[in-house]
Write a protein that binds this ligand. Structure first.
Ligand code: FAD
Length: 515
């Protein structure tokens, strides 16, 4: 073997937040029985960002890939189930809609359900698109259930993710990774030394020791110690597209009524933990509410050009349910991404690689996506340029697709109550999104971009939820007799409601897991 094609012997991950430990867990899963060493270095002086508690269904695939028993993970991270996001006050104050996981309806005569729904809508039907989503119907009723894949039923097309305690999740993944051979070192990296060709050589620690490596993974959060400070890879600022840049966060107690069982139909969700994230639009941004088994995570994401820290904190504290159990703290960020996430012998994963704001809970997804992509492209000592550029191309697409999806929530709003929302009416949106929206508005068609986490069902949930309707539906559905699709549409809704009525509440389902 030519020496340049030898495998990488030592991987060094810097950072012990969700990104560091999830990456370590994924890497050791494939390198466990090889000669490669994986070392994770974490500074006792720099705390983790401490937020990042809502996920998307990809996390469940990750747990399966890592062979982590889902129930064990749920119990040890105080996790709850998530069936999607309830978006309140986005289109107009007082209105809510769902972005559910899983399918919405199913194809009729081979054509997408959303086209049949659009046609029914043109013909006067007043249902909401997500009335036909198993997840939205369950979430609305505060119920939860995972269908048995061997016994398919009308709820089988649901999907789910988790809300979890970020520090407990990092601890869980840390145990997992260390028990399989990842070496954990506490220490603060002071500087980085480089080879003549610009590759990273070793980390110089505060205690004077040094740590060498063949390949480095930068999970140092927003500081981006390796990719940014040492390698000078620039940050592409997307604030002109996504201007929010602060989040004030606080944890609160679960209000007593939420822990009790539901007694009346009206108290539906009140009587149990909501199996969804709620995102409320406000004057200068939006507020999240993430239920865990033992507490609620809250945060107000806002743009500092329009709102002071004091105003934001006051708004958050005024709106949370239950008493606060932590002091409110403000996190600053700039939306955007690194111009290159892989450069020479370093890849940036997590906040060091970029951040889009948390509206669609996509950051931990991007961490796992990056780590999974990295293991399919593991480099050797030659550090082929092609691997680097292919990785960067794919991750860029992921980021751009998610950016467009998030921008859609804002730019389609009709709110004009503050300067923040008025400015959204005139703000430039990415050309890729302009095309997608124009195509949809003129023809009612949504084509999935390569590597878009969110397909037409998600896009249609948000567009119809925001009241964006096309001028036409796809004429292919005209081959289906109106009465036939109408019968189907009515039948799906009734059967979903019937099935969901039989289910346990989300709280009861979680209690069962503990038995
Ligand atoms: C307001 C907000 C809300 C969010 N909500 C969500 C959400 O709901 N869902 C979601 O998926 N994502 C969310 N995210 C993103 C999510 O929190 C992050 O993607 C995730 O936590 C990963 O962070 P990280 O590990 O990259 O960085 P961090 O948690 O910041 O960890 C950085 C690590 O680097 C170490 N480090 C730093 N400097 C040094 C040094 N010199 N030497 C050694 N070690 C060092 C630190 O000790 C730490 O261990 C949110 C982010 C923000 C800001």
């Amino acid at each position: 073997m030519n020496s340049s094609t030898l495998p990488i012997n030592s991987y060094v991950i810097v950072g012990g937040g969700t990104a560091g430990w999830l990456t370590a867990a994924i890497l050791i899963r494939v390198l466990e029985n090889t000669n490669a060493t994986i070392t994770l270095i974490e500074s006792p002086e720099v705390s983790t960002v401490g937020v990042g508690e809502a996920t998307v269904p990809f996390l469940i695939d990750n747990l399966k890939f890592l062979d982590i028993p889902e129930t064990d993970f749920i119990l040890k991270t105080n996790a709850t189930f998530k069936l999607g996001i309830k978006l309140t006050d986005w289109q107009n104050p007082g209105e809510s809609y769902w972005h559910p996981f899983g399918d919405v309806g199913s194809k009729i005569n081979g054509w997408e359900f959303y086209q049949h729904w659009l046609k029914a809508n043109f013909n006067g039907d007043t249902s909401n698109y997500t009335d036909f989503s198993p997840c939205a119907v369950m979430a609305d009723a505060g119920k939860f259930y995972i269908p048995n894949p061997k016994k398919p039923n009308n709820l089988s097309t649901m999907g789910y993710a988790l809300h979890f305690d970020a520090s407990l999740a990092a601890a869980y993944l840390s145990n997992y990774a260390q028990s399989r051979g990842v070496v954990h070192k506490q220490g603060h990296v002071e500087t980085v030394s480089k080879h003549e060709d610009g590759r990273l050589k070793s980390l110089v620690m505060k205690d004077g020791s040094s740590v060498k490596g063949d390949f480095f993974i930068d999970c140092t959060g927003q500081r981006a110690l390796l990719i940014g400070e040492a390698l000078d890879v620039e940050y592409e600022d997307w604030s002109h597209y996504l201007p929010v840049n602060r989040a004030v966060v606080v944890q609160s107690e679960i209000a007593p009524s939420e822990t009790k069982k539901s007694k009346t139909a009206q108290s539906k969700v009140q009587g149990s933990l909501p199996p969804y994230t709620e995102a409320f639009a406000h004057e200068h941004g939006w507020r999240w509410q993430i239920p865990l088994q033992n507490r609620i995570g809250n945060g107000y994401v806002y743009a500092s050009d329009y709102c002071s820290e004091e105003e934001a904190t006051e708004l958050l504290l005024k709106n949370i349910q239950g008493k606060p159990i932590t002091e409110p703290r403000t996190i600053r960020f700039t939306t955007g991404k690194r111009k290159k996430m892989w450069h020479k012998n370093c890849v940036a994963i997590g906040l060091s690689s970029g951040f889009l704001e948390p509206l669609e809970s996509t950051s931990i997804y991007l961490v796992s996506r990056a780590a999974m992509l990295f293991i399919t492209m593991l480099p050797n000592m030659s550090l082929a340029k092609e691997t680097e550029s292919e990785y960067n191309r794919l991750m860029d697409s992921e980021y751009e697709n998610l950016r467009d999806f998030i921008v859609t929530h804002y730019c389609t709003s009709r709110r004009t109550d503050t300067a923040f929302w008025q400015d959204w009416q005139k703000r430039d949106i990415p050309p890729s999104l302009q095309n997608k929206l124009a195509f949809y508005k003129s023809q009612g068609r949504l084509i999935r971009n390569d590597l878009d986490l969110f397909g037409p069902i998600s896009w249609h949930s948000v567009l119809s939820g925001m009241g964006v309707f096309p001028e036409a539906y796809d004429p292919v559905v005209d081959a289906t007799i109106v009465a036939e699709s109408h019968k189907y549409i009515k039948g799906v809704r009734a059967s979903l409601i019937y099935s969901v009525n039989q289910l346990l509440t989300h709280s009861e389902y979680l209690e069962r897991l503990k038995l």
